[in-house]
Ligand binder design. Sequence first.
Ligand code: FHN
Length: 609
Amino acid sequence: MREAIRTPSARWSRHRSVPGRAVVERLERRTFLTSTPISLPAGTAPGTIEAENYDNGGEGVAYHDTQTVNPGGAYRHDGVGITATHDAGVGYYLGWSHPTEWLQDTVNVAATTTYTLDVRLASLNGGTFHFSSDGHAVTGEIKMPNTGGWENWTTVSVPGVNFAAGKHVIRLSFDTVANPITGIGNINWFRFRDNPATSPRTAWWRAAKYGMFIHWGLYSQLAGHWNGQTTPGYGEWILHDLHIPLASYESQVPPKFNPYAFNAQTWVNTAKAAGMNYVVITAKHHDGFSMFNTKVNSYNIVQDTPSHIDPLAALSAAAKAAGLHFGVYYSIMDWNHPELATSSTSPGAKSPNDPAVINYINNQVKPQIRELITQYNPDILWFDGEWVPWWTEEYGREIEEYARSLKPGIIINNRVGKRTSSDGDFDTPEQVIPTSASNGRLWETAMTLNDTWGYKDTDHDWKSPTAVISNLTDAASKGGNLLLNVGPDGTGVIPSASVNILQQVGTWLKTNGGAIYGTAASPVTDPTWGKITRKGNTLYAIVFNWPGTHTLHLAVTGTIPHAKLLLNGATVPVTSSATGTDLVLPAVMPQMPATVIEIDYSGSIHAVQ
Ligand code: FHN
């Protein structure tokens, strides 16, 4: 066996394989070890180790090959189609592996927790492989199924892989082959994925419960009007819905956009007073205008408006200084790129492989995600506009892993992909609170305070503070978060009606936040009188409808030594029976619109059916 140190000048020659058999190109070189010492940025991975990395040597990538006749190795294959069933991510893969061969890389694991190993693979006959870390096996034998072809890709997932935080040398070793002539298979990528529902990485987000969504862009300046017409839908959709010529929008609106009253501290103060724990602002909405300092194009607030401000820099700094987490919204759909289709019937590139799509992803999306992460250090990436026909789950995975490679702790919503149950960290219902707790996935409802996200001066259909408190408690009782929207106007002011509503909700949260923040879903379905949340050995009964009998029935049994009003600590007498637990309430409801009773229990409680 020969080992070669790969140097930057090394050239790999490629071979065509035997017609009708196996894959296409292979490298002549045998075993490649990086000559550079391994030095990874802090916090790198868990994430995908792209076959692309194998191809360029990657940092920390080593590869061991045994075959002389049919040398395995990393080779680049560009012609891989990307569809739901036939794709290889970015079109690179490691091919034709044989027993005793291995590939290794170094990862810097962000947190000690349990991961799922995903391996994207294709194989004609199958075989087995396993993963090890620092010389110790971390998985048992993993079966590589016969996928029916060398480019018929599937993702094999191995749950329950425990990794300690820190740097590890991980190795994928090929063990047995079903057909010695064909080799074991091809690997496109592998990654270690934590469970967002339990990972320490998402702990702050799970506890936060309540955030502020901010839709702010060129459309805010228009306030819903263009040439005497008022847009019937969302303010931020005005370009699309009123069929404004792109050239007119792009030439006329930016010079008028002068947010002289913008003050990041005022927005942060509003969010804090509202009891919110994070803010998410539109960095780029569907109109394609960047509300941040980007070098990708000049269609951005810093270069293209008279104010030249960078609101994301100011908001990120003010939010973090005030102890709020900071997130950015990024639209995949982009009307500033007419060459890209916005629906299956609109003109423009629809195929994921169209050069216009690839160009947009490589030369705008990726660089802007890098800018957003490196310049503003967001805790959340909130993608949107993923329904365009040219966006695929694989692209989403690629962007997701790219973002995580830049900031491993980042939290990403499911619209990075196609909103499937394996896209991103959390699901994103919109305008509704789901009727039941979700199936193991984190979720966050995004909701407007009136009927628009972006500012419209004609929309006064405000939700009441009671409705907001009801939605927030409803979300918390089902284990979710609420991301409540404000739409500042073109001058940078959050409408006073929004501020008033938020303040009233904030006042209620000052006494009752304990029933919301850091809580988990109710152990029982919604009672008629309100909502229930749970934290450790405490239940919170959030009572909206004060019972005429002054007796609150809880459909749980258990040992409940204490119950008290969260408002003032006054004791609430408790009696338990086989049918549940009854609390004797004061005759008059002490706090509107909801009064919270804190109920401590010992041992376990049981739902009464
Ligand atoms: O089209 C957008 C809309 O303008 C807004 O940004 C919301 C927020 O969740 N998302 C899209 C619709 O789902």
